[in-house]
Structure formats: C-alpha cells, structure tokens
Design a protein around this ligand. Structure first.
Ligand SMILES: Cc1cc2nc3c(=O)[nH]c(=O)nc-3n(C[C@H](O)[C@H](O)[C@H](O)COP(=O)(O)OP(=O)(O)OC[C@H]3O[C@@H](n4cnc5c(N)ncnc54)[C@H](O)[C@@H]3O)c2cc1C
Ligand code: HEM
Length: 403
C-alpha cells in the first residue's frame, strides 16, 4: 500500500505525460482497441482525466471496503463500451509501461510488482463484475416522443427493449449512433412507470458532442443506447423536513423524486426551489404549480431574475431564499444542477448550517465542467451569465414543439 501511494505521488506530478504515453502505447501495440474510444481529441482528453480520476480513486480507497463494489460496477458498465475480458491484459501492460516511464529512476522491481498486483486486483474485480451481471451490456431504447422547449431543451421519452431498473433521482448513460462511442449521463426525469418508459431532460450545450444531437436531431422511432442506472441522489425517507433545490435540467431527478413523493406522501414538509435564468425557462412550471396546489406538504419557490434585470440577480435571490428558509441543521437537502451550481450551493448551505452528511447530490467528474478564462472553473455567477451561447428561449411561453 505504502509503496503504491508514494509511487502514485511521483506519477501524479507527471500525469499529463503518463496518460499520453499510456494511450500511444496502447493504440500502437493494439490498433484494434482504438475503435472502442471516442474519436475526438477533446474526448480523449476527458478520458485522460477520467483514467487518472479512477486511478486516484482506487489508490485513495485501497483499504476501503467500498472499492470492490465500485470496481465490479465499473466492470459491468464497461461492457457497454464493448470492452471484453481479453482487453484487460493489454491495458494492464500499457499502464505499467506508462507508470514506469513517468516514474523514471523511482521505478524499482518492488514498485513494479506492487503496481502489477494492484492492477490484477482491479482487472479481476472488473471482469468478475462484468461476468456476474444479469443486466444486458446496454439497453436499446426507442425514442417514442420528443418535446422541444425553445432552442435549448429537449425532453425525450424512451422505451427500453427490456425494463431498466431505476430509483427516482438516478441517472443513466446515453449514447447515439449519431455520435458513435460517445457516452454522457442524463438523469431520469420520472419515477418508475408501469410501461417502463423513461424521460430525459436534455439541455443543449452549444459546442457539445452529444447534447445538441439529442435536443435538435434525434427523432421518434430512432434508437439510443442506455447504460445501467446509477447515482446517489435517491430519496432517503427520514423524519425531517426536506428541501429540494433544482437548477436548469437539474430539475429532472427532482421531478422523479416528487412524482414518487406524490404517490407515497411524506409526513414532513417539503420545500422546492426551482432556479432558472428567466421565467420562460421554467419549462415544467405547469406541472409544478399543479403539484403545489394538490399537495399540502409541498411549498414552491421559483428563483429567476426580475424581468429586465441582470441574470446575476438570481444568484442573490437564491441566497436570500435559502437564508429565509432557515432550520438548515434539521433538514435533508437534495441538490441538482450544473456541477458548479451544486458546488457553490452546497458550500452556501453549509455556511447556513446545513449538515454536510444531509446534503445529497451526484458529483460530476471534473473533466465535464465548464471553464472560465484561463481554464479556471466557472463560478456560479459566471455559470449563470456566461454559459456558452445560451439562446434562452420560448419567450412567447408557447407550448413545446412535438416531433
Ligand atoms: C450525474 C449527471 C447527471 C446529468 N444529468 C443531466 C441532465 O439530466 N440533463 C442534462 O442536460 N445534462 C445532464 N448532465 C450533463 C451531461 O452528462 C453532459 O455533460 C452534457 O449534456 C454535455 O454533453 P455534450 O456531449 O453535449 O458536451 P461535451 O462535448 O461533453 O462538452 C463540450 C464543452 O462544453 C463544456 N460543458 C459541458 N457541460 C457544460 C455546462 N453544463 N456548462 C458549461 N459548459 C459545459 C465542456 O467542458 C466542453 O468544453 C449530467 C451529468 C452528470 C454527471
Ligand atoms: C483497471 C482497469 C480500468 C479502470 C480503472 C478503468 C476506468 C475507467 C473509467 C473510470 C471510465 C469512465 C467511465 C464512464 O464515464 O462511465 C472508463 C471509460 C472507458 N474505459 Fe476504462 N477502465 C479500465 C479498463 C479498461 C479496459 C481494459 C478497456 C478496454 C480497452 C477500457 C476502455 C474504456 C472505454 C472505451 C471507456 C469510455 C471512454 C469515453 O467515454 O471517453 N477500460 N474507464
């Protein structure tokens, strides 16, 4: 353990070089494997970050009992990338070659043995997870409805070829033949239904690879691929008041939880905060108003800038609304939205007294985050103001367009 941790500390300092070496080595010695990975350079960069994030996770959790289940699920989920048991040895030898290269003089036979054994443990757990899973490698799902709200938001209803088990608040990874080998995660916007259909709420990212295709191009009748549902943002029933905070299409998992609460009403009070950059962007407002009128346990606060006001005002309004809510130490909080919104709001909530262990959200890998000038992360205010070319839409408040 000690050897691995100190060796990883050396490699981490040269992570960029190590990962470039790893992929060059892997693709040079196994040209066929290249086809499994995304084509674009940007995606390869993201993959680079993910690989190191995964290795960091593994090294940090070596002594933790959660590591094996994590690896088994990772192996199960790798089947959708068309990864088979035969690929693990090739990846292992390229990884060792890259680690040796990045460690230079610090690469001793002892260090090599420690890494080789650790990789074998990871690969064994992943292949065991893949082999033991009763789930299909992926679910083929037909698009049965496509609603578009303005330019930027699409709500897709999908019918998987076989039931896809999920809990309210979870997400699935999604891929389309329109953008081969590209997978992105989207929250499921509904509680489980008898007909097993699923809704995804997709927000178009201007320069994005998959979201523009999902919002603009995908048609009913077309097939998508879905991975197994995952994520920690599931409702914990406890005898405490609840706050649900959603921004943008972060509304999807919160809607799924609310649908579930509507079917099994809670004893405690639930306050929903819905944040949007303008009133026209509250695309599910009719349903939310209906719920607010029907359920006494539910209160709703909409947070948008006042008409004609700077969008940044919404940030201040959220902070004020959250401080007015009070009682934070006694509550469970469920938070969903763009990663930096989640980071900054959870920070704010902790400042207000909410307990870190009672703030639930799914954190995204750092690689998918928006970046401001000079590569630094966008702050919440900046995210609101400067998200790439937002065409915030539907100013007329018309009904969504159906394909
Ligand atoms: C757990 C989880 C649940 C998610 N649920 C949803 C959901 O329900 N609905 C939904 O629309 N999305 C959701 N996402 C985001 C989604 O997975 C994709 O990241 C998003 O659709 C962008 O993918 P893309 O291929 O279009 O863009 P990419 O090709 O991945 O990105 C293109 C560029 O845009 C930047 N970028 C990516 N996202 C943003 C952003 N939000 N703001 C600013 N810049 C950005 C990237 O850094 C990159 O430079 C979720 C993400 C996670 C981790
Ligand atoms: C110990 C072994 C491995 C670890 C820890 C690991 C880790 C990861 C992680 C964390 C991801 C991101 C998952 C996601 O976004 O859903 C990923 C994606 C991926 N992995 Fe692995 N992996 C391993 C082995 C392999 C092997 C043997 C292959 C086969 C060539 C492989 C091919 C891929 C592909 C194609 C992707 C998707 C790339 C993308 O979407 O950008 N991995 N891996």
């Amino acid at each position: 353990m000690r050897i691995l941790k100190s060796s990883f500390a050396v490699v981490e300092r040269r992570a960029e070089h190590a990962v470039k070496f790893f992929y060059s080595h892997l693709f040079w010695h196994n040209p066929g494997i290249r086809a499994l990975f995304p084509v674009s350079f940007e995606d390869m960069e993201r993959q680079r970050d993910r690989l190191f994030a995964a290795l960091t996770h593994v090294i940090a959790h070596l002594e933790n009992e959660s590591l094996l289940p994590y690896l088994r699920d990772l192996g199960r989920d790798h089947r959708k990338f068309l990864v088979g048991p035969e690929h693990y040895a090739a990846v292992g030898s390229s990884l060792l070659a890259a680690l040796a290269e990045a460690s230079a003089g610090a690469w001793t036979p002892q260090v090599e043995k420690a890494w080789s054994e650790a990789y074998q443990v990871m690969a064994d757990a992943m292949t065991a997870g893949a082999g033991a899973s009763e789930d299909p490698p992926w679910w083929d799902a037909e698009v049965v409805r496509h609603l578009q709200y303005g330019q930027d938001i699409g709500v897709l209803t999908l019918r998987p070829h076989a039931p896809l088990p999920h809990l309210p608040g979870q997400y699935v990874s999604v891929s389309s033949d329109r953008v081969p080998t590209t997978w992105r995660t989207y929250s499921i916007g509904n509680a489980p239904r008898a007909d097993h259909t699923l809704d995804l709420h997709v927000s178009r990212i201007e320069q994005g690879r998959l979201s523009p295709a999902l919002v603009r191009d995908v048609q009913p009748g077309e097939m998508l691929r879905l991975g197994a549902a995952g994520g920690q943002l599931t409702f914990r029933r406890a005898d405490r008041p609840v706050s649900l905070i959603a921004a943008g299409t972060g509304w999807a998992p919160i809607r799924a939880m609310l649908e579930d609460l509507a079917q099994h009403p809670p004893d405690q009070d639930v306050r929903l905060f819905v944040v949007a950059r303008d009133a026209a962007h509250l695309y599910d407002r009719p349903l939310i108003d209906e719920y607010a009128a029907a359920f006494r346990w539910l209160g709703v606060t909409y947070i948008t800038p006042a008409p004609g006001q700077h969008r940044n005002q919404a940030t201040d309004r959220l902070a004020t609304a959250l401080s007015n809510r009070g009682l934070w130490p006694d509550q469970d909080v469920y938070l969903s939205g763009p990663p930096l919104f989640v980071d900054e709001t959870s920070y704010l909530l902790e400042e207000l007294g909410a307990r870190p262990g009672r703030i639930f959200y799914d954190s995204a890998p750092a690689a998918g985050r928006g970046h401001g000038p000079g590569g630094r992360p966008l702050g919440f205010g900046e995210w609101f103001l400067n998200r790439p070319s937002p065409h915030w839409h539907n100013p007329s408040g018309r009904a969504p367009r159906e394909y």
